[in-house]
Ligand binder design. Sequence first.
Ligand code: LLP
Length: 425
Amino acid sequence: MTSPTLPGAPFVAYRHDALHLENLSLQALAKAHGTPLFVYSKAAMLSALAAYQRAFQGRQAKVHYAMKANSSLGVLQVFAQAGCGFDIVSGGELARVLAAGGQAKDVIFSGVGKRRAEMKTALQAGIACFNVESEAELDVLNEVALACGKVAPISIRVNPNVDPKTHPYISTGLKGNKFGVAHERTLQAYQHAASLPGLKVVGIDFHIGSQITTSEPYMDALDKMLDLVEQIEAAGIPIHHLDFGGGLGIDYNGDTPPAADALWTQLLARLDERGFGQRQLMIEPGRSLVGNAGVCLTEVQFIKPGEQKNFCIVDAAMNDLPRPAMYQAFHQIVPLHPRTGHPTVYDVVGPVCESGDWIGRDRALDVQAGDLLAVLSAGAYCMSMASNYNTRGRPAEVLVDGDAAHVIRQRESVQDQMRGEQLLS
Ligand code: LLP
């Protein structure tokens, strides 16, 4: 069986009827490390990154990997070694960057609710930029910077009121969202920032949403950003860098987002046209770098036929793969070794005690208890959003690099989960 259309191809592909990631049989990895198991391809990550790098050749541009998508140390290490910076949203994420060999000077710090202690740590570490999301945050950051004798480099995240046409939970650039400073207040906010001695304006920042599958929202946002930069600079405040955030979608189920290099060729042409092509550019992609570089392997526990529904009960659940339960997200589910019989339609569900604990609905599968399945497109926002609900240890993670498989995270034990808890004295 050949399936060139699988999300993640050519890194995820059937060879001799066995699903492989790069050169390794996923069945062998599941046997060696147990299930549920996340497996990532280093080559797939680097190939996704290369698409951005191709478009940026000859430009001053830096990719800051939005590590919330997958913040495992081994994954961060791959991107740090490839020369990426990081977009972080917490002090915890900064600590992870440093632990993975990244450098604070390559870090930008986003998020609507940064705490003073996090600001202080980031200032002392010497990060590249704070993406400030409100006028109140400007004042607090100024205070914190002055108190520790630093000047905080900032950009203001602008909410451009552009519809990215994605799931409501992951669209961020609309007026009703909590993110960024309202488009109409941007100039005032920059003037305020420029008047504060603890801040230095270095850039402007947009991020309009996630899993965006057309280029129009980016083109609309770009024009809005450039209009603003012209206004702000006319008011005497230079803007050194332009940060376009992340958001580019991936193929989960026949989705056809533009390729990163095609999108950026288009955006760069517009930047050139408007005279901004030689500015320092930054982007914050997450999902498009890792989403299709990972799969989650799971074992069928029981087949449970029913009057209205047949259930295929697997050992992965909403705590490991929260996207279907949270966003009704679709992930392809495929057998590691396809059978040749007739498929039955199943809801693929986990063991967690919630009706919302499903991984896929109405899937035609030819499976038996003990079979192994792969949930595809599981590299982004799966492990990083995993929880311990139902006292389930989070899965192990393996990073494949050609013929080698590196365990980058051990399976979480019950002891790991109870660490730090105490009985009443
Ligand atoms: N920059 C900022 C400021 C962000 O908030 C995000 C994502 C990114 C960059 C990266 O966006 P990406 O390139 O990954 O689309 N859990 C949801 C997605 C939440 C996205 C949050 N922000 C999901 O599983 O679909």
